[in-house]
Design a binder for this molecule. Structure first.
Ligand SMILES: [Zn+2]
Length: 222
């Protein structure tokens, strides 16, 4: 978390000056099974996630305190920082461990529907620690506009990724139209995919009242 002249800026928020890598960095290659797939010319291990999917490269503006710096691009999420928080279940604001003895806290928008324990929820929003859940509910424009639902999940297995499909044709690599639909791990389409957000499924969750939940942890207040 950075508290600066911009206020509290979540760790995952993209910053001005952070730039996507050139399209020319991409090439076609073959995986170990002989399938063609998208790759980088100078690929390094961090370019692929734990399931071998290629990720979009975006530079990072990191200050001397090792936290992101620069004017926030509020509506954009940095792919590597989103992936880090989502993979390790860390708070999207402060990067502290978001796992608690009661479960993992996620905030969803009420606009996305009524959540019951039988609803399948897939989310690209990393969890929040108690300290930042209330802040996010108030400050996130989408949550503030539509209202939030706080969900305490007992587990949140990895599901897949959101990103941009690519294809290889007569003129080389081309970018296909993207939407925000998560593509599950194991789908062959992911060989030609450039991921930008990691998605988990929320399991065994219950809806909690955020104020009650925080109050229970800190009866004296923050
Ligand atoms: Zn936090």
């Amino acid at each position: 978390m950075n508290t600066t002249k911009h206020g509290v800026v979540p760790y995952i928020t993209a910053r001005e000056g952070e730039e996507a890598d050139s399209f020319l960095a991409l090439r076609a290659a073959f995986d170990d099974a002989g399938h063609s797939r998208l790759a980088y010319w100078d690929e390094v291990r961090e370019d692929r996630d734990v399931r071998g999917v290629l990720w979009a490269r975006v530079s990072q503006s990191i200050a001397a305190d090792r936290l992101p710096a620069g004017v926030p691009k509020w509506r954009l999420v940095h792919p590597a920082r989103q992936r880090e928080c989502m993979l390790t279940l860390r708070c999207q604001v402060c990067v502290d461990d978001a796992r608690t003895p009661e479960g993992i806290l996620f905030l969803e928008s009420k606009k996305d529907g009524i959540f019951t324990s039988s609803t399948t929820i897939r989310t690209a929003q990393p969890p929040l620690c108690r300290r930042h859940a209330r802040l996010a509910a108030k400050r996130c424009p989408y949550l503030a506009a539509h209202g939030h639902v706080a969900l305490l999940a007992q587990s949140a297995p990895l599901y897949g990724v959101i990103g941009t499909p690519h294809a290889y044709g007569a003129k080389g690599i081309k970018v296909l139209a993207a939407d925000d639909t998560p593509v599950p791990y194991g789908n062959p389409a992911l060989r030609w995919f450039l991921a930008s957000q990691l998605v988990r499924t929320l399991r065994s969750f219950r809806v909690v009242d955020l104020d009650d939940f925080i109050q229970a942890a800190w009866p004296e207040g923050l």
